[in-house]
Design a binder for this molecule. Sequence first.
Ligand SMILES: *[C@@H]1O[C@H](CO)[C@@H](O)[C@H](O)[C@H]1NC(C)=O
Ligand SMILES: CC(=O)N[C@H]1CO[C@H](CO)[C@@H](O)[C@@H]1O
Ligand SMILES: [Mn+2]
Length: 696
Amino acid sequence: MFRSRLRVHTCKIVLITSMVWFAMDVAVIMYYSDCSTGSGWGCGRIESGMATSPREGRADHHKGRAIRNHQSEHEDLDLSGWHFDYPVGQLKRWEPRPTVPDHPGLPGEMGKPVRTPPGQEVLMKEKFKLNQFNLLASDSISLNRSLPDVRLEGCKSKNYPPLMPTTSIVIVFHNEAWSTLLRTVWSIIQRSPRPLLQEILLVDDASERECIDYLGLELEQYVKTLPVSVKVLRTVERSGLIRARLLGAKEVTGQVITFLDAHVECTEGWLEPLLARIAEDRTRVVCPIIDVISDETFEYVTASDMTWGGFNWKLNFRWYRVPQREMERRGGDRTQPLKTPTMAGGLFAIDKEYFEKIGRYDEGMDIWGGENLEMSFRIWQCGGTLEISPCSHVGHVFRDKSPYSFPGGVVNVVMKNSARVAEVWMDEWRDFFFEMNPGARSVDYGDVSERRKLRKDLKCKSFRWFLENIYPESQMPLDYYYLGERPRQSGFTPGKSTTDRILALRVLVERRREFRQGMLAAYVDLKKLFDSVHLIFAESLEVLVMALEALHEEAKPLGLEVSWLKTKVQIRNVETQSCLDTLGRKSGENLGTSYCHGLGGNQVFAHTKRQQIMSDDNCLDASNPSGPVKLVRCHGMGGNQMWSYTQKEGSLKHANSGRCLQKPDSRDVTLPVLKTCDGTAAQQWVMNGSFKWQAN
Ligand SMILES: *[C@@H]1O[C@H](CO)[C@@H](O)[C@H](O)[C@H]1NC(C)=O
Ligand SMILES: CC(=O)N[C@H]1CO[C@H](CO)[C@@H](O)[C@@H]1O
Ligand SMILES: [Mn+2]
């Protein structure tokens, strides 16, 4: 009877599991939205500043040279006060482009929204599916449309160097719509000082379907008519953003490479601030502020200049508020360049030689994802500077969903790329990534020896240096109690039941090439009972835990114990034996508890030297002495997020209220509460694992 019930249940679980995988896929794809073009920005936005005035550090040695090399060509120019990191003879004189004229009455002029004409809603929806944006609207807007000048007043009156390097624009596209691609091109042509715009390189990453008609010969014919050199390059097969960009970069003849996405619009004065920073110091990598072009109406909406790039434990790029420290460093001037810890990756300018020197991209990475963090860490750790220029604005069409396919599956590709970032650049902090993403351990991330050698050859600094000097506000705790135990073995752990009818679950996190990489696999070993082994596969930890818990619950009333190998660290209550669990909730929501699954993910917390209890970028936070305890974005300033813990007493004491974290009471069995400390088992929490300061 149990046998058949269990079978039915196993089937149910398998069914639920597949449904949830599907849901997860959809969720993940939506989350990464249109990130296959490298922007990862469904994910947020920024803005920030640029300036030319304060020269810093390295620019100084080149001071004299600029004047000495001064070639006859530029003799009439007064270059005093400017510092160039290029021989002056290689730089070009330039003039700002005239403002693109407004054509009132035409759709979308001045960045205004376009409304779907009545009666065309069905057609609009039909066309929306092709690119995941309102193609009907895009097609109705002039390729030369006018845009508002969104810059801060201080940007409009800035003095840029009279001489600047030339740039080649590299744009990778895949099945892009004609109107968005060509509007990108026209916005560059119309708003970039002509002498500085060496060429535009369009890299077609194996566009398919009906697109091939117009993105093929028609495009090649069209670009020949443009007033600027525009070349179309093509990959032989789908290569992904990283390899396609490398292909483009190889052909660059300008001094600076500017990477852009294929559905952007450059605004007035966008290029000068980027090139000016690089002219002074070629180790600067500069991003514009990425404004938003609505995917529904193509309205141009400015983004905040008060956010910069960060990342969480899962190595997702995230926008966070610029800390006061950085505002002060810039003297409160919002037009000054912002030193950002990481970049979104879609749009940036970099000196071509510097791009080569610091190792271009990691060619071991696939398609898309993680390359922006890899490059950000590399730039900072290897002596460069990564900036956002608040005077440069480029609009980008953000989409809710990606219209692209990802060979190999988006989860696995991103996981693999991120694992490479963690392995090469993050030193001990790699553990946070692997604890949060147990599936990453089983990913075959390939050979990283060349990238490690690059790091060594360039004498790059440690990740600790990066966290201490560039990103002290990071979501990676600088000093922490190490809360994880590496899995020592994957093997079979029998249940504790004394009967010989032991039902055991064996969790293997192993590479299974014949299935999909990065899958978690649970062996449900039923040999003793039924002479069979069942396999449960799950792409995510949440799904796996759900399946295992369902089995566990099923077996309990039958007096059977279910167990599986537990390798990850958690915070367990001594009385209830349950664990603190974020339950996947977001900032502002309550902390929870649940069955200790020992698989990491939502049950991984770090107790830091700053006395925080962190899970990813959230901290346990109690603003009210009677609770509830919430997950709140870590602010790093103590206060409601300070907790003391001693292993001996086992109490988790909230510093501000002096109260202790206690198991949930009957009102809500998943909600831990704050109570007067009494030393009972209900207030004792085991944070097991070999505690040690990660700090020296
Ligand atoms: C854009 O404007 C330029 C200059 O005003 C003009 O030469 C060009 O034909 C226009 N292009 C389109 C596609 O309207
Ligand atoms: C309560 C408990 O499980 N304690 C264990 C924590 O881990 C150490 C080894 O690191 C064991 O010795 C304890 O028994
Ligand atoms: Mn994009």
